[in-house]
Structures are given as structure tokens and as C-alpha cells.
Design a protein. Structure first.
Ligand code: SF4
Length: 720
């Protein structure tokens, strides 16, 4: 079945309903069919180009949350600080939020209210949230948790290629590559169905090389595993380019015809000796040479980065180094070749295209670009001069909450920063300092537990909309059933709040200067289809152009790749075939050099700490920790240690340890494994409380992308 939700017609029997949709979790957006069977909703895999009929355990169990006893079905209010949350009506809750937002803005100004979104929101919700911030609240402060996902790759891609699309080619291209280099990616655990494409590649005789500080499930399948110290990927990339340059393996015609800036990069990497990269990273020169040869001496090669390379205070430069390598070898723009980033969150790609980012307007337009402001303001029917300017990146925003110059009120949609933010205890403290914290969620997440108002919202199987997967392919999310009584959609929440704000604060009414004034319902429709039609107009002509994408067109095929400016014209599965979307049509090299981690190890904190995910949990775990099968598979946090290190510390397998950094500590059982370097410890970041990995992580950020340094800081490990 490839069409949308449908109702069978057997007379006298309650018809089973089915919906062909996609998994609610990661960016692979595996195709699945939901089927109501009596009281139960069954999940079955659906053949789709990304998952080819596969699902991981998270997808199989996704429906367990639909009728979960923890599901919120009524708004909750806190009457006084320190008091308990109590059930309330929607009118009471929305009135409280509306009055609270007005009071904060009247006393402290428009920017005293901030909005924090999520990479799991549909395109329609991400778009409406950005519009709500800029038009109903008129605040410059909006950002989202996708900032912590792939913002470094996004910034590097924009800098080099003039566009940010995670994969500039269909996922199936992975199977065509003669050599595939995965840097800081572990899809065997994070998106297992993707491994089918890697199996294709292997069956065709291709080579897989994995760069990861841990011998992960993915690295175990590789022909070659490079195991660098966390934070040294940039040195590895420059050494690979040095070797290719020295050996004469560069694609000189491609560099001359399709790029600019190589001379400076050549001068830089000429001094990046492989022996120095070995000293910094621990990767033997022989392995660097083998990798450079495997990439350079084949017809087709693909380089992919993910969070392991990107979540650093030098994440943008690290990705740039791998893009430099790809460009020098002439890879981007050819089928089965190129550079790409494996986006993490379900709508990490679409979420960053339509206005949730502090510096963006829909269509991946810049909010500081006068032409972009004029275009979007015309769609919104407002004065471009009244649109706010750029805000600040996610961590900077959260770290300013409740301070003298920061926002005093925060609306959170689809995010759980109490668990997912770096230096989480500090962020938790900032949230407690707010005058008003409002959380829209389907469950009482750790962040909702701190809120003054909690608004229960619909889940994925209860809503229509679109998502944009890791390939830049726009997909349809289809509702199986209505939300339960007492639950509203995020779009309905925004419409309800807009109605309470209009005309009461400097708002939509004031900034509206063209044509008849729209009512809040007209300006913030609750029908996702209507929102998408507006999104198409707002994105038209922008880098992420959705003007030619219609729901019918998506339904008629397996999605639509952006840019797609014309409904009658083609979409764009592959970018860069003839030119790059830069002013001169050429990709841009940029010289980058290795620099140390923001926090070096020392006598007090002698070990490197890094974080990541496990197969059975997803992101902050607010949803997957409540699924019984996933909880059985991955019941709690742990600290992975090399047996040699454990021996030195006198720690036995399963014994509880403390991992202590300058910012805090986590406690969890030790898990001894020779798969990790003896100088590095690892913890997954899905759990709150004592096992919260982000109590330890460093909040140093990349100066370009705002990406925090989740992947390396200095710690010591002690028996608890
Ligand atoms: S979590 Fe990701 S890999 Fe697993 S089923 Fe969902 S979309 Fe597929």
C-alpha cells in the first residue's frame, strides 16, 4: 500500500484503519504501515527506498506510546513556585500562558520571550513555530535542538557548496561507492536499516572504512577501522589530503574547473605530515596511507561525517577538512561519489529549513537578508521592517535564560534540554530561574517537570504533515487516528496562543500593513495542509525551495527531493552535477588546521570523555525509556571503559563508577570493553538523573555553528 490512510468497508464490523506513514524517530524515516486492530495499533515495515522493508526495534515499538499510561491528556498548571502541577482546562492553561507572555513582554520587552523547538517537529510545525516567534511574539529569540545535531555540517556545507542538504544524493548511492569512508558515524546502532545499503556496497566489492574512537558495531563490519583520539579527525583528514597530494592522486581538472581556493589549502596540507597526524590521533601512518589510496584510486568514493566528527568546538573546520578532501579528489556531483552528512533527528533537515533557526526564515533564507525579509513578510502579510533580526544559537540562548539580559519566559516544543543540553545542570538551573516556562509535549519529560504550564500535544500517528529525511526527500506523515480527548495538535496550540496575544502586545496587529488584517485563525491555521501551502509560497525562490512540492506529488511517488521550484518540473535527487549553488557556480576550498580540544586532559582530569547513542534508545529517551521492550533492551546508563584502564582504577565490570568533570558528574555501572581506547571513556546520553551524561559534557561551542563540544572533555573516573 502506498496511498494514505484508508478505511476498509466490511458491513457491520468496525473497519480496521491503516495508514502508510514513517517512523517517528530518526532521519532515516523508515516507511511503515500502522494498522488498528481492536484496541491495539500494529506496526509493520513498508518498503521504502531508505529502509527497504526494514525497521529497527525503536520503529517496531513506536506505537506503544499511543495509549501509554504516562500519556498527557490534560494541560497541567503550577500555581506557585515549588508547588505541584495540577490538571487544568485548555482555556485556563492558554489564558495563563497568554497573560504570562504579555506580562513578561510588557515589563522586559519583546525579546524577553524565547521559543525553543525540536528537530522532530514536522515541516508544518517548524514553519508555524518560526512564524509564531517572529509575528505573534515578535521576538528574535528562537532556536532548536537541531543546533546540537548537524549544525556544524550545515555550516561547512554552506561555506563550501553554497547549500546545506545532509546527503546531496539518494541514499542508494552508498551501495554504488567503491570506497565508503564513515567518520564518526555508527549507523549499525543509530539507524540499522541503513546497513542494507552498506551490505549492497560490500556485495559489489566495495570497501568500508570507519573512523571512530570505539570499535562500534559499524566499525566491526569495516575493512579498515581507524581509531583516533576524539577530537583529532581534522588532523586525520588533512593528513589524508597530504598523502593524496604527495602521491599525485588529485583530480586536477575538477579542481581547476569546479572549485576555488585550492592553492591555500595545498600550502596548508603540505605541512600536515602523516607522522604528525599519527602523533596527534594515534592512527598509524600505514592506515592513513591505505585510506587515502582507497579513496583516491577508485572510480567512485563517498565520504560521510556524523556527530562524532561534528559535535566539537571545531566541528565546522573538521567537516570542512573532509569536504576539502572530497573536492580535491573530484567526488561531489558524480553518482556514487561525493560528501554527505548523516542527519540524526527525524526532521533535522526540514526543521532547519523553515524558520526554527535563530538566523533563518523559511526556504533556508537568511533573516538578515533584506530581499529574504521582503519575500517572507509579503507571504505573511506584514511589514518587513517589523520582523525581528537574528537571535542567538541554542546553547547561548538557554544559558542566558533568567539572567539580567536574557529572556524571562520560554516556550518549548518537542525538546527535552534538561537531558539533551550540554552542561545540563547549568541549563536546568537557568530554566528554574525563568518567570514562565511552558512545555508542549506528549509526556511529562524532565523539562516538563520544571514547567509552569504543560500542554499535551498529539503524537505522530495522530497528525498529518511532511518531514524531510536525511536525503532532502520530502515525505508524508499520515494520521491513523484522531488525538485522544484533551489532546491538541501543536498547530492548534499556536493558534490558541496567537488568539490570546493579538492586539495585546506589540504584535501581529501592529506590524500588519498590507491588505486586510487576518484573524489569528487565518494567520495560524490548524490544518497542516493549509500551513504547507503557505510554506511552499514562503520557500519559493529560496535555497530550500518547496514551491513545486505538493502533498499529491509526494503521495504519487516516494517523496520529492528539494529544491523543487516548479510543480510541473523535476525535483533534485542529486545536487552539484553541473554547478554548485554559489555565486560563481564553483565549490569553495577553505584552509583549516587542527587545534586541540577546548578542554585538554590534565593531572586532575586525565581521561577523555565522549558520548553517543545505543540501539534501543533515542535522543533524550523521554519516549523510548517508556517503551517496555526498549527498556528491557537498554535499561539504564553505563560507562564504557577499556579493561586496562579499569584494571588501573581497580574497577570491576558492573561496578558503579563516577565520571567527574569540572562541570559535574555522572554515576553508572562500568561496562568493560576492549572496543574503546584505554585513554577514553564513553557514556550514552539517553538517561536523566545520576546517569545523565550531559552533567559532564563541555559547553564550549563552535564559533561558526554554535555546536557544543559534546564529544570530548576531560574527566577522571573513580569508584563510586
Ligand atoms: S528509529 Fe530510525 S532506523 Fe529505527 S525504524 Fe525509526 S527511522 Fe528507522
Amino acid at each position: 500500500m502506498t496511498d494514505g490512510a484508508r478505511v476498509a468497508t466490511r458491513p457491520g464490523v468496525r473497519p480496521p484503519r491503516e495508514a502508510a506513514t514513517h517512523c517517528p524517530y530518526c532521519a532515516l524515516q523508515c516507511g511503515m504501515v500502522l494498522r488498528e486492530n481492536g484496541e491495539r495499533v500494529e506496526v509493520a515495515p513498508r518498503d521504502f527506498p531508505t529502509n527497504r522493508g526494514g525497521l529497527c526495534q525503536k520503529g517496531w515499538t513506536a506505537a506503544d506510546l499511543l495509549d501509554h499510561p504516562d500519556r498527557l491528556t490534560t494541560p497541567l498548571l503550577r500555581d506557585r513556585p515549588g508547588g505541584d502541577l495540577r490538571p487544568a482546562s485548555w482555556d485556563e492553561a492558554l489564558d495563563r500562558v497568554g497573560a504570562g507572555l504579555r506580562a513578561v513582554q510588557e515589563r522586559h520587552g519583546r525579546d524577553a520571550v524565547a521559543v525553543f523547538g525540536g528537530g522532530g517537529l514536522t515541516n508544518e510545525k517548524a514553519y508555524a513555530l518560526g512564524k509564531f516567534a517572529r509575528v505573534a511574539l515578535r521576538t528574535r529569540h528562537i532556536d532548536y535542538n537541531g543546533r546540537w545535531c548537524m549544525s556544524s555540517a550545515a555550516a561547512a556545507g554552506l561555506r563550501a557548496f553554497g547549500v546545506d542538504r545532509g546527503l546531496p544524493f539518494p541514499l542508494a548511492d552508498l551501495g554504488r561507492a567503491d570506497t565508503l569512508l564513515l567518520v564518526g558515524a555508527n549507523p549499525a546502532e543509530t539507524m540499522p536499516p541503513l546497513m542494507r545499503h552498506l551490505a549492497d556496497q560490500r556485495e559489489r566489492g566495495g570497501r568500508l572504512i570507519v573512523v571512530d574512537p570505539r570499535l562500534t558495531a559499524t566499525a566491526r563490519q569495516a575493512d579498515l577501522h581507524l581509531q583516533p583520539l576524539p577530537g583529532t579527525d581534522l588532523a586525520v583528514a588533512n593528513a589524508l589530503l597530504h598523502i593524496a597530494l604527495t602521491e599525485g592522486w588529485l583530480d586536477r581538472a575538477y579542481v581547476a574547473d569546479r572549485t576555488t581556493g585550492f592553492d591555500e589549502v595545498r600550502r596548508t596540507v603540505a605541512g600536515c605530515w602523516p607522522a604528525e597526524a599519527e602523533r596527534l590521533s594515534g592512527v598509524p601512518v600505514a592506515d592513513l596511507e591505505a585510506t587515502a589510496r582507497a579513496l583516491s584510486t577508485v572510480d567512485r568514493a563517498i565520504i560521510l561525517t556524523a556527530r562524532g566528527a561534528e559535535q566539537h568546538a571545531k566541528g565546522v573546520d573538521t567537516v570542512t577538512a573532509f569536504i576539502n578532501l572530497a573536492l580535491a579528489l573530484g567526488l561531489p556531483g558524480r553518482p556514487g561519489s561525493g560528501y554527505g552528512c548523516l542527519t540524526g533527528q527525524g526532521n533535522g533537515q526540514g526543521g532547519r529549513e523553515h524558520g526554527q533557526k535563530a538566523d533563518q526564515l523559511p526556504g533556508y533564507r537568511r533573516i538578515d537578508d533584506p530581499a529574504a525579509r521582503e519575500h517572507v513578510a509579503a507571504v505573511w502579510g506584514v511589514d518587513p521592517a517589523a520582523l525581528p533580526g537574528p537571535g542567538v544559537p541554542a546553547y547561548q540562548l538557554l544559558d542566558s535564560l533568567g539572567t539580567a539580559h536574557g529572556p524571562r519566559a520560554l516556550l518549548v516544543f518537542g525538546s527535552n534540554p534538561v537531558v539533551s543540553a550540554p552542561r545540563a545542570a547549568r541549563v536546568e538551573s537557568r530554566l528554574r530561574d525563568l518567570d514562565l516556562l511552558v512545555v508542549a509535549d506528549l509526556l511529562r519529560s524532565e523539562t516538563a517537570e520544571l514547567a509552569d504550564v504543560v500542554l499535551p500535544v498529539a503524537q505522530w500517528a495522530e497528525e498529518d504533515g511532511t518531514m524531510t529525511n536525511l536525503e532532502g526527500r520530502v515525505l508524508r506523515r499520515r494520521a491513523l487516528r484522531e488525538p485522544p480527548p484533551g489532546v491538541r495538535t501543536d498547530l492548534a496550540v499556536l493558534a490558541g496562543l496567537a488568539a490570546r496575544l493579538q492586539g495585546r502586545v506589540p504584535s501581529y496587529r501592529e506590524m500588519h500593513n498590507k491588505g486586510p488584517l487576518l484573524t489569528p485563525t487565518e494567520a495560524f491555521p490548524t490544518d497542516p495542509r493549509e500551513v504547507f501551502e503557505e510554506l511552499r509560497r514562503a520557500s519559493a525562490g529560496g535555497p530550500a525551495d518547496y514551491a513545486g512540492v505538493s502533498w499529491e506529488r509526494i503521495d504519487a511517488d516516494t517523496g520529492v527531493f528539494w529544491p523543487c521550484p516548479d510543480e510541473g518540473g523535476p525535483d533534485t535527487p542529486r545536487l552539484f552535477a553541473d554547478r554548485f549553488p554559489t555565486p560563481d557556480g564553483r565549490a569553495r576550498f577553505r584552509s583549516v588546521t587542527h587545534r586541540p580540544a577546548a578542554e585538554p586532559v590534565c593531572a586532575d582530569y586525565p581521561l577523555h570523555f565522549t558520548t553517543g547513542r545505543v540501539l534501543a534508545q533515542y535522543q533524550s529517551g523521554a519516549q523510548t525509556r517508556r517503551v517496555a521492550a526498549l527498556r528491557r533492551a537498554a535499561p539504564g546508563g553505563f560507562v564504557e571503559l577499556h579493561p586496562d584502564l579499569a584494571g588501573r582504577l581497580g574497577v570491576a565490570d558492573g561496578e558503579e563508577v563516577r565520571v567527574v568533570s569540572r562541570r559535574g558528574e555522572l554515576r553508572a555501572p562500568a561496562r568493560l570493553s576492549p572496543a574503546i581506547r584505554p585513554d577514553t571513556v564513553f557514556a550514552p546520553f539517553h538517561w536523566p538523573g545520576a546517569a545523565r551524561a550531559n552533567s559532564v559534557t563541555n559547553d564550549a561551542v563552535d564559533p561558526v555553528s554554535g555546536m557544543p563540544e559534546f564529544k570530548i572533555c576531560a574527566v577522571r573516573v573513580e569508584k563510586a
